[in-house]
Design a protein around this ligand. Structure first.
Ligand code: AMP
Length: 337
């Protein structure tokens, strides 16, 4: 396997662009991302590199990102600086996010304070709404794809599998990352509301420490189709009732039953997190906490090591109906939207 140094030399030798690779920042599955320096100015950038000849899918995703990103100018979308193909590499140059991803900042199990969640959800929702206004669907909203700039602003990244609803409909592809993928997207019919669903899962994770559904990929997809998300209270997070309602609505199985758009979800969630918590709720959660250990062992939705999925587990899904019968997990909510 070619070392970073060799890659650096090849890049320097073959590409007119003046970037020197420094160290790997992460692996997006199909591409490597490196910290690099612009040799003349000394400016740090992030470079996503795909070796050529290599995987056609990887090159296609990089080209897709390079086609979409220059059209999107938004404070909460990572900025593309350059894109080029050489005989040996295709690479995309982006602004470097000094603080890495929100996944790196907050590992699985971390419960964030309401104001922090509200701030990130508002920023990502604004980026998504803007993306949707161009007809694009991101299709891979998750903490690994949310970068954190030095000033603490979240930035949506990795548009490798972003598409338009029309195109997705034609090719019927089924990309996504299982724990964050809306049921209709898993079926190959993504829409803008699929990104709202994914952002609601991310918010659920920031609230409770874990995404709502765990297991193998087919099990998770089955739950997206069939199971209600466990209440946040059952996961030990005391939230105003309306927060449960808002999350459940944004995660409705039918995209038409979600909020009209992702900004509406963000406004509603921000408002809900400012509402008071009833004293009975606090008592109920205390009781729940006592029995939570048992719950962990006995429910399929239990928090399990399986939730520590590889950073970017992109999967081509098969329909859950083909996975055989699964016990139905329907946790009836006391709340309705
Ligand atoms: P991606 O292929 O876009 O999912 O990127 C893979 C990983 O590389 C991410 O999870 C980050 O850890 C890192 N990364 C990607 N883009 C940047 C960037 N602009 N600044 C800093 N790190 C990045």
């Amino acid at each position: 396997m070619m070392s970073v140094q060799t890659e650096t030399m090849v890049l320097q030798g073959k590409h007119s662009g003046p970037y020197r690779l420094q160290r790997p920042l992460g692996n997006g599955g199909s591409a490597q991302v490196y910290l690099a320096t612009h040799m003349q100015s000394g400016r740090h950038v992030a470079i996503k590199v795909v070796r050529r000849p290599g995987s056609d899918a990887a090159i296609k995703q990089l080209c897709n990102e390079a086609r979409i990103l220059p059209r999107l100018h938004h404070p909460h979308i990572v900025r593309i600086l350059d894109f080029d193909n050489t005989e040996t590499f295709s690479f995309l140059v982006m602004e470097y996010a000094l603080r890495g991803t929100l996944r790196q900042q907050y590992s699985i199990g971390t419960q964030l304070p309401f104001p922090t969640i509200a701030r990130y959800v508002q920023q990502v929702a604004a980026a998504l709404q803007y993306t949707h206004s161009f007809g694009y669907i991101h299709r891979d909203v998750k903490p690994d794809n949310l970068l954190l700039a030095l000033d603490g602003q979240a930035q949506l990244s990795d548009f490798g599998i972003a598409t338009t609803a029309y195109y997705a409909d034609r090719i019927h592809d089924k990309f996504g990352t299982a724990p964050y993928t809306a049921p209709e997207q898993a079926d190959g019919n993504p829409c803008a509301a699929s990104d709202q669903y994914s952002l609601a899962i991310v918010a659920y994770e920031w609230l409770s420490g874990h995404p709502p559904f765990a297991g193998t990929t087919p099990e998770i997809i089955w739950q997206h189709h069939m199971a209600m998300p466990p209440s946040l209270a059952s996961r030990g997070r005391i939230v105003p009732y309306v927060v449960e309602q808002v999350i459940q609505r944004a995660m409705a199985k039918n995209p038409l039953q979600r909020f009209e758009n992702v900004m509406q979800f963000s406004h509603r969630l921000t408002w809900a997190m400012q509402q008071p918590i009833c004293p009975e709720q606090a008592r109920a959660v205390q009781n729940t906490a006592t029995s939570r250990t048992t719950l962990r062992r006995t429910t399929r939705n239990a928090i399990s090591p399986a939730q520590n999925l590889p950073q970017t587990e992109r999967t081509i899904f098969s329909h859950p109906a083909t996975q055989g019968d699964r016990p139905m997990i329907r946790q009836k909510s006391r709340l309705s939207c």
